[in-house]
Design a protein around this ligand. Sequence first.
Ligand code: HEC
Length: 102
Amino acid sequence: MAHASDASAFDQECGDCHSVTPGKNKKGPSLAGVVGRKPGTAAGFANYSAAMKANATPWSAARIDAYIRNPKAVVPGGTMKYEGSADDALRASIVSYLVSGR
Ligand code: HEC
């Protein structure tokens, strides 16, 4: 279950580039409903890398956790300019926020 602190963790780490509002793309695609979605398929986002579009493995909670720990390891050649976070609790908070479907 997501807590208010999960929203602030998301805003702080991801909010410059992502919203959780359907269709609201920023520097990165909207993450509304991202869990279970095929990578590279957010409606109306035109700036995906070829590497992301070629990635066929749906986003699970575990895969998002691995991606934000080390983006280049999970999507080599991807263009997300986030260095990754080694903070397990912080990542868990963000993933729980995304899983909650907000
Ligand atoms: C500096 C901007 C930036 C930051 C900060 C950022 N992202 Fe991203 N994100 C992007 C871009 C750009 C892409 C598309 C990358 C590509 O196509 O290779 C992306 C893609 C993604 C995707 C794949 C979405 C899809 O539709 O397949 C996920 C999941 C994601 N980001 C999660 C996060 C999370 C969670 C955070 C915070 C921990 C975060 N990002 C921080 C810019 C950012």
